[in-house]
Design a binder for this molecule. Structure first.
Ligand code: FES
Length: 85
């Protein structure tokens, strides 16, 4: 099985043990979600910074409603509150 950074619970930052679930929790609590918040709260990006491009991609997809997948699928079946058929 290959590593999928979009899979819920996947550890993205190995240096500080931060998962995409940690990021999602933080972003859901924030009015203006950012990768900077992750750096401040969890320290990710402060060592090798290999995780930053992945967090940036997740944040972009999250803001576009394309991640996490369950929510994206739900959004795709609703249209202004009415269920699509
Ligand atoms: S993997 Fe996140 S700082 Fe190294």
């Amino acid at each position: 099985m290959s590593w999928d950074f979009r899979q819920p619970g996947t550890r993205i930052c190995v240096c500080y043990d931060v998962s995409n679930d940690d990021a999602l929790k933080l972003w859901r609590e924030s009015e203006q979600p950012s990768v900077e918040q992750l750096k401040e709260k969890h320290g990710c990006g402060n060592n090798c910074a290999m995780c930053i491009p992945y967090f940036r991609t997740l944040l972009r997809d999250y803001q576009r409603g394309k991640w996490p997948k369950d929510e994206a699928a739900k959004a795709g079946t609703e249209w202004f509150g009415a269920k699509k058929k």
